[in-house]
Design a protein around this ligand. Structure first.
Ligand SMILES: Cc1cc2nc3c(=O)[nH]c(=O)nc-3n(C[C@H](O)[C@H](O)[C@H](O)COP(=O)(O)OP(=O)(O)OC[C@H]3O[C@@H](n4cnc5c(N)ncnc54)[C@H](O)[C@@H]3O)c2cc1C
Length: 388
């Protein structure tokens, strides 16, 4: 068992989340993995316990907790061997509505999201042709009277089939008609229940892990004008506003994954006896685990610093980016050490190591890839010339 942080303000939350997760053991996730199913019961349990509404203010039916509490919830979910990817986005997407939505939108959506009546799990930003170059996205929303007509396509829209609402980023002014490429993009709340089959088509993509990610097509899809979030043309800024929270939360998940791998590897290394001694007595087995542990603790310290800054209202951009990159690398190093420690059994499904290994790999690519984090650090923190 790894040591806990002294005076951890979230120790109680972690304990309760761990109890909830114990109801969803490896077998539950393995069965879903086989059929690429959605963990409905798990998401339901997290919702009923109020965890997915941790960041929604109390006046809208949520718990009104800080980002540190949300990070502790997601870290613990991963540490217990579960997979928060099924629902983590709800925690950070709703921040866009909270910060930039109208009072009517907040009243309409936040209480229902908090109670679980509505799921806001889908985030439609990435497109096949533009990828990381977000401002080149092509999906266009044209205003016609009291509605917008949306045409285009998204890719990797996770959980689209299991969400009621999607937060959509689309162009509302052509790129060649705006002074800056970041202008002319707008954010919408799409009620997918009303447009599915009527302008909205969702097609799941099979991926190396069970992530319920999809391609989404818009063909003259109608969105009421009242579903525009904030001001038209300022949507990119609204999405950027939520990114530090997103990165700190994903980093916390990676730290949880790293802890799971490390605990699993340590336990197995003590139990597996070969040549008349536990394999963990060999430094060749010990050192990669110890190294991954050091990487995880370093990443954790940066992430905690970022969370503290965020909660104090100070821009945590540097820590959110570094923390996300270092935590994703630490979880991968820990996963690698865990597979290696388990030898052949690392590949056997019943150990869950191979599943977690596949799952944690994602975070070096999504929601932002490592190169883009390095370019943020190079340009915005170190002041080197812009590369794009
Ligand atoms: C399982 C999964 C779930 C996802 N869920 C969502 C979701 O819910 N919503 C959503 O909107 N998106 C989602 N994404 C998309 C994800 O955010 C992108 O895959 C990611 O941002 C990378 O974009 P891309 O795949 O288009 O790669 P590309 O942009 O094509 O980049 C390919 C590679 O080139 C590198 N690269 C590109 N430009 C540069 C540069 N200028 N300098 C250096 N390196 C560069 C990148 O770092 C990357 O390694 C998901 C992706 C996956 C795989």
């Amino acid at each position: 068992m790894l040591q806990t942080t002294p005076n951890d303000p979230h120790a109680e939350i972690r304990e309760e989340v761990a109890k909830l997760c114990a109801r969803f053991p490896g077998e539950y996730w393995r069965k879903l993995d086989e059929v690429r199913g959605y963990p409905t019961e798990f998401v339901q349990a997290l919702t009923e316990a109020g965890y997915l509404a941790a960041l929604i203010p109390e006046e809208y039916g949520g718990a009104g907790l800080g980002l540190g509490a949300a990070a502790a919830i997601l870290e613990e979910v991963q540490r217990q061997g579960c997979n928060g990817a099924a629902c983590h986005a709800q925690m950070y997407i709703m921040g866009t509505i909270l910060r930039h939505g109208s009072e009517a939108q907040k009243q309409e959506y936040l209480p229902k999201i908090a109670s679980g009546e509505l799921r806001l799990q889908a985030f439609g930003v990435t497109e096949p042709t533009s990828g990381t170059d977000t401002t080149s996205l092509r999906t266009f929303a044209k205003k016609e009277g009291d509605r917008y007509i949306v045409n285009g396509q998204k890719i990797w829209t996770s959980r689209a089939e299991h969400s009621d609402l999607m937060l959509l980023l689309a162009r509302t002014t052509p790129r060649d008609q705006v002074a800056k490429k970041t202008e002319g993009l707008s954010t919408f709340i799409v009620d997918m229940r009303t447009v599915l089959g009527k302008g909205l088509t969702i097609r799941p993509i099979r991926t190396m892990m069970n992530h319920n990610s999809c391609e989404v097509f818009f063909d003259n899809m109608e969105v009421p004008a009242e579903n525009l979030v904030g001001e038209e043309g300022r949507g990119f800024r609204y999405i950027l506003d939520g990114m530090n929270a997103e990165r700190l939360l994903i980093a916390s998940e990676c730290i949880g994954d790293a802890k799971w791998f490390i605990e699993k590897a340590v336990a197995y290394s003590k139990e597996r006896v070969l040549f008349n001694r536990p394999i963990g007595q060999n430094q060749g087995v010990q050192f990669p685990i110890a190294r991954a542990y050091a990487q995880m603790r370093a990443a954790e310290a940066i992430v905690h610093k970022g969370l503290a800054k965020f909660e104090a209202g100070v821009n945590p951009g540097e820590e959110a980016n570094m923390g996300k990159m270092l935590a994703a690398e630490a979880s991968w190093a820990a996963g690698e050490a865990c597979v290696q420690t388990h030898g052949g059994f690392g590949f056997a499904e019943e150990y869950d190591v191979e599943r977690k290994f596949r799952e944690t790999r994602l975070y070096q690519v999504a929601p932002i890839s490592t190169n883009l984090i390095l370019s943020y650090l190079g340009e915005h923190v170190l002041g080197m010339p812009r590369s794009y």
